[in-house]
Design a binder for this molecule. Structure first.
Ligand code: TRP
Length: 339
């Protein structure tokens, strides 16, 4: 079959496309920032970036509370804007407003073997983790199919995701290949772009997560953050102020890796190892750096709190831009399938 990619002639020379999304299920914390958003912000400088709120995906597990999803949509977009995702550089949009995702999902569902979905490791894990919820739904099994349509409808080269999403992207690539095999070469295979491993653990050393109650949210002020940092466990072997400590056994030190410059980090490592620096002072340094990091975010948040209409405007403009792209792709898909 011949491949007619003339629709996209304009994009072949353009910067490479990047697409990613998040479910609107809660306020963003430092783990999200250092694990994903920071990378998004860097990518938007050189690539054509698309970032979206995966509200339909949230519905796969939160179908009993759709209003909670709805409330979180502008909050999530606000967190992105506050963190530095720039609507002048990135297309910021909402999945459910682009009906083409649903049409493509339907078509892809026709060619996706159920066995691919049933053997997806995240499927089995989530069902176990959320044992209290009935996830034996058709939509939940099809989570990776919807995710595939989210991705390929924009024909990106790269999909920045965490390790946990890689199995989904693998399924996406298989679905792409199957589509291309059946209907002619059309979709480029997207590739996972693993976020460089910035380790931002929770306050207790486990993964930072709202449900573990060990997170620092981007919206928190220093009055709320300071007691959390002060209460953190450091090197447990360092019982007295005069005992030397080891940063690699300390819950606090990974935050210095993220927020403290190299020279100061050298001093900290040295001071900790020789007991010339105590944990209280070390925490004070971190708090100062956290404050420096968060204060521009807080300024931007104050702006968006005062102008909530700007968030809607960003979404509206992004939805329009995304829709335009999605429509082009769906025209191509319909034309290939002939229906
Ligand atoms: N499944 C992703 C998550 O839970 C969210 C998501 C939905 C997504 N569709 C996507 C991410 C497409 C990247 C691309 O984090």
């Amino acid at each position: 079959m011949s491949s007619d990619l003339s629709f996209f002639a304009d994009t072949t020379q353009a910067p490479q496309r990047v697409l990613s999304g998040m479910r609107p299920t809660g306020a963003l914390h430092l783990g999200h920032y250092f694990g994903a958003i920071k990378n998004w912000i860097a990518l938007q400088e050189t690539m054509r970036t698309f970032f979206f709120v995966a509200d339909w995906h949230a519905l796969t597990s939160e179908y009993e509370n759709p209003l909670r999803i709805k409330e979180f949509i502008p909050e999530l977009v606000k967190d992105w804007l506050v963190a530095g995702v720039d609507p002048e550089r990135s297309v910021i949009f909402q999945q459910s407003q682009i009906k083409e995702h649903a049409e493509l999902h339907l078509i892809l569902s026709m060619i996706t073997p159920v066995s691919w979905l049933e053997r997806c490791p995240t499927y089995k894990e989530m069902i176990q983790q959320l044992a209290g919820k009935d996830l034996s739904t058709y939509g939940f099994l099809g989570y990776p199919v919807l995710m595939t349509s989210d991705v390929i409808v924009y024909r990106p080269r790269w999909v920045p995701v965490g390790q946990d999403q890689v199995p989904h992207l693998e399924i996406s690539r298989e679905i792409c290949r199957r589509f291309n095999h059946l209907y002619g070469e059309f979709f480029p295979e997207p590739e996972a772009l693993l976020t460089p491993q910035a380790k931002c653990p929770g306050l207790d050393g486990r993964k930072m997560s709202k449900s573990y109650n060990n997170s620092i949210q981007l919206r928190e002020d220093m009055d709320s953050i300071a007691p959390k940092i002060k209460g953190m466990l450091t090197d447990k072997a360092r019982l007295r102020r005069t005992d030397p400590g080891n940063p690699s056994d300390c819950n606090l030190y990974p935050y210095h890796e993220l927020l403290t410059d190299e020279a100061a980090r050298d001093e900290i490592r040295h001071g900790c190892g020789s007991a010339s620096l105590g944990c209280v002072d070390c925490k004070a340094v971190l708090l100062k750096n956290l404050k420096t990091f968060l204060s521009p975010l807080q300024e931007r948040r104050a702006y968006f709190d005062a102008h909530p209409e700007h968030i809607q405007e960003v979404l509206q403009a992004g939805n329009e831009a995304a829709r335009k792209e999605a429509r082009k792709t769906l025209e191509g898909v319909r034309c290939r399938i002939g229906l």
